[in-house]
Design a protein. Sequence first.
Length: 488
Amino acid sequence: MIIVDPTTIICKPNILLIISLLISGCAENISIKENPIGNSIPKSWSSPLPETGNYTGQWWTVFQDSTLTRVFDDFLENSPDLKAIASRLEMSRQIARITAAGSLPSIGMGINGANRKQNLSAFGLSEDFFSGGQGGESDDNDVTSFETENYGLNLSFQWELDLWGRLFNQRRAAIEDLRSTEYDLAYLKFSLQVQIVKAYYQAVESQKQFQLAQETLSSVSELADMVASRYEKGLLSSLDLRLTQSSVSSAKAQLENRHQVYLLVVRNLEALLGKYPDGDYLVNTVLPKNLPAIPPGMPADVIKRRPDVQSALARAQAASYRSAEAVSSFLPGFVLTSSSGTSSSDLSDLLNDDYQVWSGGLNISAPVFQGGRLAANLKMNQASLKLAEIMLMQTIINAFAEIEQALFTEESNKKQLIAFQTSAEQAEAAYSLSRERYDSGLVGLISVLDSQQRWFQARSQVLTAQRAKVNTRLNLILALGGEIQQTS
């Protein structure tokens, strides 16, 4: 069947055919260096990189936390998210194989058998016509019928000749789609690993905050007992007693709140690990002091390491191949066909060479009229290529923005942590001094309670700042791309 596309007629078909022959099968090579953002990449980061050593794939081991290693083992073994990633990756591989199979010859084999009975009375033929019934049967009603049997064995062959590179571009686009999916899933897996570490150290901080709340309650209760004892002796007024009792009640409420937060965070961690969320999962009691090393290097190196950037690059390359495939669809298609087999009325002769039949040929089809479908498909794929290039540039910009922000936050968190630690030291000294002066009758109870509250609040802020520093380092590791583990 010959099909006509009006756009191929209106737009000077001879010129279009020559141009198509020249450019068909040639996809544009997508490169990060040729991307507009590539020219503006700085030689160094705006904020300094922290002092680091060589980067290792198992970056979490640098935390030197055996409990974290156990968390990772549980995560890799039981996480429903990781199992879903494995299934999605396998689906993408099979889709690529299905697409690639279109460029290979298609071979099929079949066997058939048929038994047919035909009644000839409807044709006005009597039994005499067959000279005594040769080749037919007659029943009591003088109805003549015939039975025939036929058996066949067939081997068919079909192969589309890829003269214009259409199938090649289709196959390469599928391969680039698979690469893009592999990078996406690798980045997703790495992101999940980072989120697990964040969830784990959130649980560690929550436990430390819960322990601090217990210590706060114990300290406030000790002060309240002292005030109550002196009140009973008539040495203090009821105002001091009520102030301390109020502080004890507030400390108890805070303790319950911290307990709720701790159990909530631990249960969330257990859910991420694929375990029953009973809140009994054991975590460490110390926030890490050793942070994973970040690889030094130029900013341009990052776009070679980040899986999401490589994924965007693969998507753009796939769009380029599809654009080239759309061009070759204007040209004629050539398909070789062949079949060979046997056909016989006797099943025993099915493998006999004397009953062999065969056929072969070349089918040529050219688009003549398609209602503008081919032209629209070409324009759509060209627009898709342009969009993929824009998304690649946006992905690169986002990558650099994340790194620069993480580097700035690193320095900011360091300053905040130092300030909170100094505040906690000063608050502890102020609390000790106020207790001494209160015992000497030089200051009132309110000064003691205020300094005590400031001390525990500063210690809580130190814990929060320590975990924020861990989170920022994890964000920086994620922004820098980590280790790309791509399965071929």
